[in-house]
Design a binder for this molecule. Structure first.
Ligand code: 2HG
Ligand code: ZN
Length: 462
């Protein structure tokens, strides 16, 4: 028996594609967290903005919650539908709508994959420079809703930097056209920036205008092996001073262990405690000389023990796989994820405290560190021992995350650098945002979604 509410939705929007098949409910009700059992009411797959608006108006009238849904590669439970919500998947709204060569703006629908955006930009001789491993399956709408970061933030910034405009359907079904590609627009609150990182709680992103960058320079990729974490920050500063860095990523030996066990090629004969993948602009002989002298300097200082230079695009891809393959290689071990940030200057002190804390609290667990050290962003993945029940494991990790949140607070950091708060980080939001700030956020939410139908329970409770 179809749910009467769904029948009314179909009657109100006859062209709307709706799915209620159990396999679809299971597929669309989860993201990469896999912690919650999916239980959506149905899945709606609108084809255009008008269908999104009509669906929101129906949801408001019926009191049904909506979970906006992109590629569902999120790691914080922001796209989970476990409470009878309507999943509103933007996957059919996945086209490039236009390109303006004067403005250098690409306008796209929200369900387009990041990689397709990057390809479209390349097709116009330009670049969309935000990049990360999930590029093939994540969508631009989800990237905007979480202000996604990734591997080139230190050079190009987060997603926020590249949003020239966006269209947002609010919780009342109103369509707001925000930013409109204007470079200068000092006319009051920039609501576009409220929508960015709002995790679907202020509106549904139905269109985005993206700034494009000049094409990237020719680059070289280095893999470095390091004996200590202190050396890591020194290497970062030395390379940043000598080379035009495009990326600077680090991972530990435990991360390399898992990625190699997952099929990547081991880069060195002997293990080293820490590794860095660095990519930088490198043109001609002068570029080569600068690269070699930076490398030699780091070796002479004792910060680097070994290194591999990517001699071709294929080799560079292989080196990048060691970093980009980590998340996938850890997935079978049901990791509990922390995604934290501090100011880069606070990183050494925070790390010392965090390392001591996690060594004390997780003596028995495999803890894998990696991330975007140049942005002050660390990913800490705690792996579940095979013989430990998931609930008991999560309970232990949540207890320790509370302590980690306090350590972050003491160092002025954030409990979510780039993955969003969602359901996973909600209990710790108050370690990063003051009570006054959260009260303002609640007020903003009420203004845009007075009935609280947009992704309720995510980010904070109403
Ligand atoms: C990355 O940097 C992603 O690879 C995923 O942000 C991090 O799996 C993670 O914890
Ligand atoms: Zn990351």
């Amino acid at each position: 028996m179809p749910d009467a509410r769904i029948a009314r939705l179909q009657a109100a929007v006859p062209t709307l594609q709706l799915r209620t098949d159990p396999a679809d409910l299971a597929h669309y009700g989860v993201d990469w967290t896999r912690r919650w059992t999916p239980a959506p009411l149905a899945v709606a797959l609108p084809a255009d903005i008008a269908e999104v608006q009509a669906t929101v108006r129906w949801a408001r009238a019926e009191g049904v919650a909506i979970v906006p849904s992109g590629g569902r590669t999120g790691l914080s439970g922001g796209a989970v539908a476990a409470n009878g919500e309507l999943v509103l998947s933007l996957q059919r709204m996945n086209r490039v709508l236009g390109f303006d060569p004067v403005d250098r703006i690409l306008t796209v629908q929200p369900g387009i994959a990041l990689e397709a955006v990057q390809e479209a930009a390349r097709g116009h001789g330009l670049a969309y420079p935000v990049d990360f491993a999930a590029r093939g399956s994540c969508t631009i709408g989800g990237n905007i809703a979480t202000n996604a970061g990734g591997i080139r933030v230190l050079r190009y910034g987060n997603t926020r930097e590249w949003i020239a405009g966006l269209k947002l359907v609010t919780g009342t079904g109103e369509l707001l056209d925000l930013g409109r590609g204007l470079v200068k627009n000092s006319s009051g609150y920039d609501l576009r920036h409220l929508a960015i990182a709002s995790e679907g709680t202020l509106g549904i992103i139905v269109e985005a205008s993206l700034k494009l960058a000049a094409p990237p320079p020719a680059t070289r990729t280095l893999l470095l092996a390091l004996p200590s974490f202190e050396g890591l920050m020194q290497v970062f500063q030395a390379l940043r001073a000598r080379l035009a860095l495009e990326a600077f990523e680090f991972f530990t030996d435990r991360a390399l262990h898992h990625v190699v066990a997952h099929g990547a090629q081991a880069p060195f004969d002997a293990p080293h405690p820490f590794y860095v993948v660095a990519e930088f602009a490198c043109e001609g002989e002068a570029g080569e000389v600068a690269m070699l002298s930076a490398f030699e300097h780091c070796v002479e200082q004792g910060w680097v023990e070994d290194g591999v230079i990517g001699q071709s695009d294929a080799q560079a891809t292989q080196l990048w796989r060691l970093r980009e393959g980590i998340t996938e290689s850890l997935a079978p071990h049901v990791p509990y994820k922390n995604d934290v940030s501090v100011r880069i200057s606070a990183m050494p002190a925070f790390l010392e405290a965090a390392q001591a804390l996690l060594a004390r609290e997780y003596p028995q667990f495999d803890v894998v560190w990696f991330g975007h050290i140049g942005d002050g962003n660390l990913h800490i993945n705690v792996l579940k021992p095979a013989d430990l029940a998931n609930d008991a494991f999560v309970a232990q990790c949540e207890r320790v995350t509370k302590l980690l949140a306090a350590t972050l607070q003491a160092h002025g950091g954030s409990i979510s650098a780039e993955h969003g708060i969602g359901l996973v980080k909600k209990p710790y939001l108050d370690s990063t945002r003051s009570a006054a700030e959260i009260a303002v956020m609640r007020g903003i939410r009420r203004a845009l979604d007075p009935d609280g139908i947009l992704n309720p329970g995510k980010l904070f409770d109403a």
